[in-house]
Design a protein around this ligand. Structure first.
Ligand code: FVH
Length: 295
């Protein structure tokens, strides 16, 4: 009981898959916990395990200074917190949002007298409470708030503070997840190529995984080139050579009866960059083609 009294009390709004996983780790670690969920049925297990269940989001907010929000999207945060008095509260919003939504939410919280931290979760629910799984949350917004709750926030999963700009957690979150979708797209194309052949997908999978891991450190060279502005620095496989190779990939897709639609947008950008740039460059110039210039 002594331990429980010393731990920071936490309110959590939202007991979906992620909110439930987070809440359970705080409860298990002995933090006094107040939970609220729009659909009350999801709070049942928490009540029997010692958490306080609030009837309304406003009551849950009133219960503790630290209020963690983990709802579906930014619109649901609006809806859930519409009737709550946020004055003096420390709001930590782990709901996935865009950087602009996060910045607007920080301003919204300030106007209501609350301090604000935004979070972008780099984990799926089974990784919560499992330190060796390597999950973490990007945090941005008030550094003082982050420092104040650093220990409590680290209970469910690791933490990474990325700056005072409240939009930065979302920016980092979406950047990493966007790269993940690019990787999934590449893997989907690879599996499609072998789909009608006598190749076991389970035999391809470890090869694919090892290859992606081996190639991933290339992002460090990209970053170095972007910082220096010299896109030829350290080039191993130059743009001209890679563009010359693209027909092989497109022909193989055609021969295998596979749509090239996941590859062609990237190949087209490579071709455009070669047409206007230096064939000795790396693929880094493609990034400049993606960044829209103000009209
Ligand atoms: N689950 C995952 O794999 C990802 C991992 C990375 C981070 N995301 C983000 O986490 C937020 C919550 O995700 P979740 O997995 O908990 O989502 P659900 O299980 O679908 O639960 C959604 C909760 O939101 C409540 N809710 C929805 N709309 C409203 C509303 N208008 N007012 C109040 N609450 C609302 C919902 O309540 P109910 O349906 O049970 O009544 C759930 O509590 C999310 O941003 C992910 O992108 C998860």
């Amino acid at each position: 009981a002594q331990n429980t009294v010393e731990k920071t009390p936490v309110t959590i709004l939202g007991l979906g898959a992620m909110g439930t996983a987070l809440a359970r780790t705080w409860l298990t670690a002995g933090h006094p916990l107040t939970v609220w969920n729009r659909t009350p049925a999801r709070t049942g297990a928490f009540a029997t395990e010692g958490a306080s269940v609030a009837d309304t989001a406003a009551a849950a907010v009133a219960a503790n200074t630290l209020v963690v929000v983990c709802l579906l999207d930014d619109a649901s945060v609006d809806e859930a917190l519409a009737g709550a008095d946020l004055a003096g509260r420390d709001l930590v919003n782990l709901t996935t949002s865009t950087p602009a939504q996060a910045r607007a939410r920080a301003q919204w919280a300030r106007e209501r007298g609350a301090r604000y931290l935004d979070g972008g979760i780099m984990a799926v629910p089974p990784m919560i409470g499992v330190p060796e799984a390597g999950g973490y949350v990007f945090y941005s917004g008030s550094r003082a708030l982050f420092e104040r709750y650093r220990e409590t926030l680290a209970v469910p999963v690791g933490t990474a503070y990325v700056g005072e700009d409240a939009g930065f957690a979302a920016l980092h979150d979406v950047a990493l997840l966007s790269a993940m979708y690019g990787m999934f797209a590449g893997a989907a194309h690879a599996f499609a190529l072998i789909r009608k052949e006598d190749v076991d997908p389970a035999a391809l999978a470890p090869l694919l995984s090892d290859w992606l891991v081996a190639m991933a450190p290339a992002v460090h060279q990209t970053a170095e080139q972007l910082r220096s502005g010299d896109y030829t620095k350290g080039v191993v496989s130059n743009l001209a050579m890679q563009v010359a190779g693209t027909p092989t990939f497109l022909s193989t897709a055609e021969q295998q009866g596979v749509s090239p639609e996941l590859l062609t947008p990237y190949f087209e950008l490579m071709r455009r960059r070669l047409a206007e740039g230096d064939g000795e460059e790396d693929l880094t110039g493609v990034i400049d083609l993606l960044v829209r210039r103000p009209a």
